[in-house]
Design a protein around this ligand. Structure first.
Ligand code: C2E
Ligand code: CA
Ligand code: CA
Ligand code: CA
Length: 365
């Protein structure tokens, strides 16, 4: 079908124009020396929408194709290819957001951060649906025996034009827009599938956002994913930040309790930053506390950091919780963390996040 689409496009352009496939179902048409740039581009876009919309006959089966077209004009909309493509993309996504099968000429107003956020949101929807996201895993090491006892799943987005994206580029957009729920469901499914790659004593940790827990569909999707991939609930850890506690929301706590009753561990992530308070540890029975890497990073220089880590680890122990020190990069940090009574460690010292297939448990430590 895409070949037929390309052929129809070729028939609409002049000799010497370029029709290129950018990947997926996206194409670019490049025209040089168009006499009336704006009018010329609009005329071509109008023709393309009409022609591409005509029925396709695929050996008896029929298909229709809608086109969303973004137009940029050089040099006013950019003098570099990257910039032009990006601006054309902005115009394109404006069309997609507004009902498709239309064109839009780029203008400077589109080039605002708000539009970029919208676009990332839209693309993220598509990426999840197309199974284009990846999970990388970072080992968590038990300080009792030095062996790997867990893997934290961290989402990655190899993006066709924006490059390989880490979560700082899109997690807060996902949270604002609600896509975070689909992302979380996908991550649970994928992590349960990947759990089979490692022995039973290796747990798999998935980050889940508070708004997802609030939806109260989490329990069902966790139970389903575990059953589907034949993974014991004891092997799954759900990491939540303490913002879940700040809301003083009984529904959230009830959902977390339901998960624990299933046998899944609930872990308090990033402990020590923001509004953290030791009293949070009393609000819910967590299985584990992860000490934020900002403390770990300074533990060798600042005695107060060492004292705080000691206090957290001691309190956690007395409440029956494990502790993971995050962001461990040096042997010296590790030594102090061990002395402070942390039970687990995670960080570049043991391994960076990597695709599941690239992890060799024997050499991970
Ligand atoms: P996090 O849960 O605190 O994850 C640990 C982050 O620390 C990861 O960043 C990891 O790559 C980084 N890290 C690990 N060891 C070291 C170290 O030794 N030094 C330094 N400097 N950094 C280290 P990443 O992968 O960029 O993830 C950032 C955050 O995005 C995560 O923080 C988590 O809050 C969020 N996130 C990641 N994946 C997901 C997901 O699937 N769902 C949700 N809701 N959030 C996610
Ligand atoms: Ca598309
Ligand atoms: Ca985490
Ligand atoms: Ca963390």
């Amino acid at each position: 079908l895409l070949q037929m689409v390309a052929e129809r496009m070729r028939q609409q352009v002049r000799a010497g124009d370029v029709v290129a496939r950018l990947g997926g179902d996206e194409f670019a048409i490049l025209q040089d020396s168009v006499p009336h740039q704006r009018e010329g581009a609009i005329a071509l876009a109008t023709r393309l929408i009409a022609v591409l919309g005509e029925i396709y006959d695929l050996e008896g089966r029929h298909a229709t194709v809608g086109a969303s077209i973004g137009i940029v004009i050089a040099p006013q909309d950019g003098d570099k290819v990257d910039q032009l493509l990006r601006n054309a993309d902005l115009a394109l996504y404006k069309v997609k957001g507004g009902g498709r099968n239309d064109y839009r000429i780029f203008d400077k107003a589109l080039d605002s951060e708000a539009h970029d956020r919208c676009r990332i949101e839209c693309e993220l929807h598509e990426a999840i649906a197309a199974d284009a996201l990846q999970l990388h895993y970072q080992p968590i090491v038990s300080l009792a025996d030095g062996g790997v006892c867990g893997m934290e799943a961290l989402v990655r987005w190899p993006h066709p034009t924006r490059g390989f994206m880490t979560p700082d580029r899109f997690i807060d957009i996902a949270e604002d827009s609600g896509v975070i729920v689909q992302l979380g469901e996908w991550a649970i499914q994928r992590a349960c599938r990947d759990a089979a790659l490692w022995p039973d004593h290796v747990k798999v940790a998935v980050n889940i956002s508070p708004s997802h827990i609030k939806k109260r569909t989490l329990f069902d999707s966790v139970a389903r994913a575990l059953a589907q991939h034949d993974v014991k609930p004891q092997r799954l850890e759900i990491e939540v930040t303490e913002t879940v506690l700040l809301r003083h929301d009984d529904e959230i706590l009830a959902e977390l309790r339901r998960l624990r009753s299933l046998g899944v561990s609930v872990v308090l992530d990033d402990f020590g930053i923001g509004y953290s308070s030791l009293s949070h540890l009393r609000m819910f029975t967590f299985d584990k506390v992860k000490i934020d890497r900002s403390f770990v990073g300074e533990i060798t220089e600042r005695p107060d950091c060492a004292a705080i880590v000691c206090a957290i680890a001691g309190l956690a122990r007395s409440l029956g919780m494990a502790t993971t020190a995050e962001g461990v990069e040096t042997k010296q940090q590790l030594k102090l963390l061990r002395a402070a009574g942390c039970t687990q460690a995670q960080g570049y010292l043991f391994g960076r996040p990597q695709p599941a297939a690239a992890i060799d448990l024997a050499t991970a430590v």
